[in-house]
Ligand binder design. Structure first.
Ligand code: 5GP
Length: 113
């Protein structure tokens, strides 16, 4: 594992990025290269490299991340119009940052797949 993920550097203020939500376990930023009008990243402060590395003890954390996504969807007024939550895992899944994160995408009609 590399020493720090990009997301850890953002959390530690070594890389500039506005933190739009933060609690003791989770923080959230806007994606630097948005794939939709609204594209947020919900990130645990604890570094877990991929969804494959999740442990039983992470159950509450993952649940909390989904609840934060739900609240942000409401805050950004896309809860009724609709949105997509995505976890990319490893190369074929398109994962580029090996510190798990939940993508929240919306604000427009999303491409079907
Ligand atoms: P992944 O491809 O791993 O599922 O998602 C990583 C996401 O992090 C990408 O959508 C990418 O645009 C975003 N990202 C990478 N580096 C930065 C950064 O320095 N700041 C922000 N705000 N987003 C980043």
């Amino acid at each position: 594992m590399e020493e720090k993920s990009i997301f850890q550097m953002i959390l530690d203020k070594e890389i500039e990025s506005e933190i739009i939500y933060e609690d003791d376990k989770i923080f959230c930023i806007k994606d630097i290269n948005p794939a939709a009008k609204i594209h947020l990243l919900i990130i645990p402060k604890k570094r877990i490299e991929t969804i494959n590395d999740l442990q039983e003890e992470d159950k509450d954390l993952i649940g909390s991340m989904v609840l934060v996504a739900k609240e942000l969807a409401k805050k950004y007024e896309i809860d009724e119009s609709g949105y997509r939550l995505v976890w990319n895992t490893n190369e074929d899944g398109g994962q580029t940052v090996y510190h798990i994160h939940l993508h929240l995408l919306g604000g427009q009609k999303l491409r079907e797949f």
